[in-house]
Design a protein around this ligand. Structure first.
Ligand SMILES: Cc1ncc(COP(=O)(O)O)c(C=O)c1O
Length: 384
């Protein structure tokens, strides 16, 4: 069966007929940005929906992260993970902060708290972990280290929209968390992002920072930037909230279909759900152990490409491998991150993905597995 292109993701969009009246209202009022009524409503509704004290909307997740670091006046060195999207580290360098890469844990690929302490120096001011694929970091262990050494913790929660641990939002951990509402994310406002904070004073400072540092007509209190979300995106976001539960249901069903289909293949691994975690099913990464499978993740990618299915190697290469950050860490210090980034491939996952395509993807991987198991067996025969 030849298919039309299937990409790793496809954005969910709100109903156009529901969006048009909101657009008509915006046209009528001519209030397009600068804390308009949709912006205010969306901030309020998001905080209620996510179960967090304050949401500060931004034009994207990267600027949210840059502003979060500014907000806490982070300087010097920050401990972070190399296994993420490059914006995590870019936000540090835009603030003149030195990223210190620490290895990830072998279970979820998140920053490994057991390796943080040895990387702390007198210049360390903060920890910037990422809830990769929406899997919660070991937040209690990270908090303990941060408390012991007087460090701030800022979570890059770009993947973790509405993820909960023991029924509380994962976004409530750390000093600040940031979200991305980019079109590829589980919840999108086309472009967009937010900082989650715990008190009104911090919200106020973030509000200044995203609007040039302007406090009133004649007062500028910080060297802020322009990172405001506009009214069209906020209105779109309000509608997206209505659909979120159904979006997650669909993502969950497809995830279960993948897991069921791939579970018996030795060497094809996927992430198990942690205890008491409510997931958002943002991604479906699988990890191919080449020694056990006789093929690697690039082979999976090629096999799927022949069917016009485009899986993605999130995250490869590691951020620390890009020329601009090379030299900050040695491969030997990031063994797990290297291994994971060489084994991972994210399979397509989005609410409107058909069960038939998932079935085809499973069948193709199974076929690759079967062919290579025969080859592996014959090599073992020869070895005997
Ligand atoms: C982990 C991570 N951090 C930060 C970002 C940046 O978010 P944005 O694209 O909204 O700027 C992304 C995604 O794009 C991401 O995946």
């Amino acid at each position: 069966m030849k298919t039309k292109n299937t990409l790793v993701t496809q954005p969910h969009m709100p109903s156009l007929s529901e969006f048009i009246p909101l657009l008509a209202d915006i046209w009528e009022n001519r209030w397009l940005t600068n804390n308009g009524k949709y912006h205010q409503e969306f901030e309020k509704r998001l905080a209620e929906f996510l179960g967090v004290p304050y949401v500060v909307l931004f034009s994207n997740g990267t600027l949210a992260l840059i502003a979060a670091l500014q907000c806490l006046r982070i300087k010097g060195e920050v401990i972070t993970t190399p296994y993420s999207f490059v914006a995590t580290t870019h936000a540090l360098s835009w603030n003149g902060i030195k990223p210190v890469f620490v290895d990830v844990d072998p279970v979820y690929g998140n920053l490994d708290p057991r390796k943080i302490e040895q990387a702390i120096t007198p210049n360390t001011t903060a920890i910037l972990p990422v809830h990769v694929y929406g899997n919660p970091c070991e937040v209690e262990a990270i908090e303990k280290i941060a408390d012991t050494y007087g460090l701030k913790v800022i979570y890059d929660a770009a993947h973790a929209f509405n993820v909960k641990k023991e029924e509380s939002s994962i976004l409530n951990f750390g000093d600040l968390s940031i979200l991305s509402f980019h079109a590829t994310k589980v919840f999108n406002t086309i472009e967009g992002g937010a900082v989650i904070c715990h008190d009104s004073k911090t919200k106020q400072r973030l509000d200044y920072l995203k609007n040039f540092g302007i406090a009133d007509e004649t007062t500028v209190v910080a060297s802020g930037i322009n990172a405001k979300m506009n009214e069209l995106q906020a209105a779109y976001g309000l509608l997206q909230l209505k659909d979120f539960d159904i979006v997650i249901e669909k993502r969950k069903a497809l995830t279960l279909q993948y897991k069921e289909g791939l579970r018996k293949l030795e060497g094809v691994n996927f992430l198990n759900e942690g205890d008491n975690v409510a997931y958002n099913y943002a991604y479906f990464p699988i990890f191919i152990d080449e020694k056990k499978c006789g093929f690697n993740r690039d082979d999976v990618m090629e096999v799927l490409k022949k069917e016009n299915i485009f899986a993605r190697r999130y995250f490869y290469p590691l951020i620390s491998e890009f020329p601009l950050y090379r030299g900050l860490a040695k491969e030997a210090e990031l063994k797990i991150a290297y291994k994971v980034s060489r084994e991972v491939i994210c399979l397509p996952l989005y609410p409107d993905l058909s069960k038939e395509i998932v079935k085809l993807i499973i069948a193709k991987i199974k076929q690759l597995h079967r062919v290579n198991s025969v080859k592996l067996m014959s090599v073992e025969e020869i070895d005997k």
